[in-house]
Design a protein around this ligand. Structure first.
Ligand SMILES: NC(=O)c1ccc[n+]([C@@H]2O[C@H](COP(=O)([O-])OP(=O)(O)OC[C@H]3O[C@@H](n4cnc5c(N)ncnc54)[C@H](O)[C@@H]3O)[C@@H](O)[C@H]2O)c1
Length: 355
C-alpha cells in the first residue's frame, strides 16, 4: 500500500456562502489542501469568491464539479435541502465528502447516507467545527482521562440575534427548506458540544416558540434533558438576544468547566477549569501538560480531517456524530409538538420531516 502521508488533497467547494470560511481554512493549510474548483449557481458570487481565493476552475453545475477527476474531496456548503442528494451523488462519484450541518432533515435520510457510505470508496465528514479550540479540547482531554469523575449537571445557552434581513435568503425560515429553526440551525453546535463532552442523551422534554421573527420555524426553545449517565442538562436557545453569547457550564464530581462566551467560537480559550480539590487540580495539571495547541474552528477541523484522510484513521466528525445530533433534534421537536417527554434512541420513521 502506498503511503499517503504528506499528500495534498484536492478540493471542490460547492456553495459560496459559508463556503468562504471553508476556503479560508484551506488557504491556511496549503501543505494539506488545495481548492481546485468552485461551484455555485449564483454567477456573481462564484466570480467574487473565485477571484478572492484565486480558484480558476468554476462551474454552475454540481454534476460538472463531480466530473473533475483531479478533485479528491467535494465540500458541500449549499442550503440544507440539497445536502443528502449532493452527498449521495458525490459518494457515487467516488469522492471523499465534507458536508455542512445539518447533514439531513430526518433520521431516515441520515440512515440512507450511512448505508451509502458503507459501500462507497469515500467517507463523509459532517461539519461540527465548534469542537475545535483549545478550551473545549482541554476539557475533552480531562474528561477522557477519567479525571472529571461523575457528570452532575450542564447548562447550555445559545443566545444569538437574527433580524428580518437574515431571512431575506429564501431557504431560511421555511420548514420545507430549512427543516427547523434555532434548534437545528444554530444551537446544534452547542448541543453537539454537550454530547461531545458529557455523552449521549437519554430523554428530553422541550418547549419551542416563534417569537423573534415572523418565520415558520422556531426561534426560541428550552429543554430539560437527562443524559445516559443520569446527569441533568438544561438547554436554552434564542435568536432574540441583543448580546450574543454561547456558553456551556458543565459540573462534574471533580471539576467544573465554564466555556468562553464567544458566540461563534465557544470552544476557544479561555475556559474556566475549576477543580474540586488539590488532588483534582494536580491531576488536571498533569493532563494539561500534554496539551498541544489546537487551531480553532474550521482550521482545527480540517487539520484533523487531513490526519484522518492520510492515515485512514477515524474522522474527527463522523456520520454517527451527525446521526446523534439529528436524533437529539428529532426528540426535541417530537417532545415540543406533543407535550411529552421523549426517550432516546429514536428509530427512523421513514418520514422526511422531524415531527
Ligand atoms: N458550520 C457553520 O458554522 C455554519 C455557518 C453558516 C451556515 N452553515 C450551513 O451551511 C449551509 C449553507 O448556509 P449559507 O449561510 O452559506 O447559505 P447561503 O444561502 O448564503 O449560501 C449557499 C450557497 O449555495 C448556492 N447554491 C444553492 N443551490 C445550489 C446548487 N444547486 N448548486 C450550487 N450552488 C448552489 C447558493 O447560490 C449560495 O451561494 C447551511 O446548511 C447552513 O446551515 C453552517
Amino acid at each position: 500500500m502506498t503511503s499517503t502521508r504528506g499528500r495534498i488533497w484536492t478540493v471542490g467547494v460547492v456553495g459560496c456562502g459559508i463556503g468562504r470560511s471553508h476556503l479560508e481554512a484551506y488557504r491556511r493549510l496549503p501543505d494539506k489542501f488545495h481548492v481546485r474548483a468552485l461551484c455555485d449557481i449564483d454567477e456573481r458570487r462564484l466570480a467574487n469568491v473565485g477571484d478572492q481565493f484565486s480558484v480558476a476552475r468554476r462551474t454552475k453545475s454540481f454534476d460538472d464539479l463531480l466530473g473533475f477527476d483531479e478533485i479528491d474531496i467535494i465540500d458541500i456548503c449549499t442550503p440544507p435541502a440539497l445536502h443528502v442528494a449532493q452527498t449521495l451523488k458525490a459518494l457515487s462519484a467516488g469522492k471523499e465528502v465534507v458536508c455542512e450541518k445539518p447533514l439531513a432533515g430526518s433520521l431516515a435520510d441520515i440512515d440512507r447516507v450511512i448505508a451509502a457510505e458503507a459501500s462507497a470508496a469515500g467517507r463523509v465528514m459532517p461539519i461540527f467545527q465548534y469542537r475545535f479550540g483549545n478550551g473545549v479540547q482541554k476539557a475533552k482531554s480531562i474528561i477522557d482521562k477519567g479525571v472529571a469523575g461523575t457528570p452532575y449537571l450542564a447548562t447550555v445557552e445559545t443566545a444569538w440575534r437574527r433580524t428580518p434581513k437574515y431571512y431575506e435568503t429564501q431557504w431560511r425560515g421555511r420548514l420545507a427548506t430549512e427543516f427547523g429553526g434555532v434548534l437545528l440551525t444554530h444551537a446544534i453546535h452547542s448541543h453537539d458540544l454537550l454530547t461531545f463532552l458529557m455523552g449521549p442523551v437519554a430523554s428530553v422534554f422541550a418547549r419551542t416558540s416563534t417569537r423573534v421573527n415572523p418565520v415558520e420555524v422556531e426561534d426560541c426553545a428550552v429543554a430539560s434533558v437527562v443524559m445516559e449517565s443520569g446527569a441533568l442538562a438544561s438547554l436554552a436557545a434564542t435568536l432574540g438576544s441583543q448580546k450574543e453569547i454561547s456558553r456551556l457550564r458543565l459540573c462534574f464530581e471533580h471539576v467544573t468547566f465554564e466555556s468562553s462566551s464567544a458566540p461563534y467560537s465557544p470552544g476557544d480559550d479561555p475556559w474556566q477549569i475549576i477543580p474540586a480539590s488539590q488532588e483534582a487540580a494536580a491531576r488536571i495539571t498533569d493532563v494539561l501538560a500534554e496539551h498541544r495547541f489546537v487551531p480553532s474552528g474550521f482550521e482545527g477541523l480540517m487539520t484533523a480531517y487531513h490526519t484522518a484522510l492520510t492515515t485512514g484513521g477515524a474522522l474527527p466528525v463522523s456520520l454517527s456524530d451527525a446521526r446523534q445530533s439529528i436524533e437529539l433534534v428529532t426528540a426535541l421537536y417530537q417532545s415540543a409538538a406533543n407535550g411529552v417527554a421523549v426517550n432516546l434512541p429514536i428509530r427512523s420513521t421513514g418520514r422526511q420531516a422531524f415531527s
